[in-house]
Design a protein around this ligand. Sequence first.
Ligand SMILES: Nc1nc2c(ncn2[C@@H]2O[C@H](COP(=O)(O)OP(=O)(O)OP(=O)(O)O)[C@@H](O)[C@H]2O)c(=O)[nH]1
Length: 517
Amino acid sequence: MVSQPEPAKEPAVNSSLQLMIMLLIICIVLAILGLNAWSMLASYQRDIRETEENATNLALSLSRQAEDTFLQVDITLRDLAERIENSSDDPASLVPLQEIMKTKNENLPQVLGIFFYGNTGKWLATSSGEANPTGDNSDRAYFRYHQTHDTVEMHIDNVVKSRSTGQFIIPVSRRINNADGSFRGVLLATVAVDYFKQYYGYFSLSQNDVLSLLIADGHVLYGRPYMDRVMGKDMSVSPLFKRYLADSTFGTATFISALDGIERIYGYARLKRYPLVVAAGYDKADRIKQWRNDSIGHAIGSLMLIMIICALGYVIIRQVREGMVTQYELVKVRNQLMQLNSNLEMMAMIDGLTGLSNRRFFDLSLDEHLRQAFMHKRPLALILLDVDYFKNYNDRYGHVAGDICLQNVGDILRHLPGRKNDVVARYGGEEFAIILPDTDIHTALTVAENIVHLVRQRRIPHESSQLPSGVVTISAGVFAAIPTTADEDKRHMIAHADKALYLAKSSGRDCAKISQI
Ligand SMILES: Nc1nc2c(ncn2[C@@H]2O[C@H](COP(=O)(O)OP(=O)(O)OP(=O)(O)O)[C@@H](O)[C@H]2O)c(=O)[nH]1
């Protein structure tokens, strides 16, 4: 069957591609942000860890230095104490001792002076050789300590101002006993606070970083940089003493200093031999600032990358959108052309005067129906119709009226109660043709006779007709057959129908006749 072309559907603008590109860009941006955040967090944790390690290492190194410093003093005092305890109470015996004290003092840069006080606090011998005859050190804390404590181990006391030099000193002392173990006096070495000040000054630290040397009971011997504020201060309430030193001899801890309210990352170490503690604290905010400064370049780079990706994404989405709009326009134009083409094809298939299918459509349809009938072994019928005495009609009423007459006949044929697959066409001039698929000769004859009857019934006046009715009539030739070959000759079928039409004409017109094979 010849079918009319269907109009193409308009394609919907497909936005899923844009959505996918946008999703891809969002994923990339999120991945960059995530990686960046992860890398910044990792570098922050690494920096903090490194600071903790540095603080611990520094504290351990300072504890080693303090240990060595006091060990030298300890050995010296032990040696001198032995000498004193082996000497008599005779003041003359102290003269060579003073010489030895002097020599030993010269070999100890951290020691300002060495002193021997009697059991009343009186000055008996000094490394400088100038014993103050009226001097009395019995009020000093270290003196009172030894008075009341039997131990002969070295004692380190709180920082005091030296009575001989006016400098801040760390008193390092030993108890001297008589042969019977009673208190004979105190041997003292004054360690210069400046010695530690100088040594701790070698380290390059930022403004709020601290280094401290403390007695294990929490009293500060030296603290950089707040020497005046912290010297001698009791820091035993600090988390360092309360919590951390209670659990370990060295390590790291982060807490807010009770002294200045600054949070620091501390490294701490307790000395092995002496009741001393060293702490090194790095200002945490300063380290975070350094980390931020290091990370900012990285963050700016990532931000620029994100901006470039977004810009590229925008350009791609725009191009895709433009491409799709162009494609949409092209499809639209194509559809319009197809519609136009379809209309033209329709026009090429329709007879302009009657609105019925034209001869071209009839030919194509007959070919198709013959193929179908052969395939299904079903009969196919053809009716040819011809207006009787139409030349006379034209002559009598004119060609315009003749056209109207043909339109009226066409109208009758168009409104026949036929089937969907029936083809009614204007065959040419005043001739019409009807293809009836799956129809035998008898049924086709009945259809033809009905048409003849309908035209007559319309009672279109035809005074020039040779028939007595005086109205327009038609004659019909009918043929039907089951095609025997795939290419059943179309002309053979038309010839038979035409023969039947001739028979109808010659039989007096206004009737339908069949042609038998
Ligand atoms: N008005 C009009 N006349 C047409 C048209 N096509 C063919 N004709 C005329 O139809 C007439 C056909 O005449 P004939 O073939 O002699 O047949 P007839 O006069 O109908 O006689 P029979 O067929 O023997 O009954 C001719 O005069 C054609 O000019 C058309 O489209 N319009």
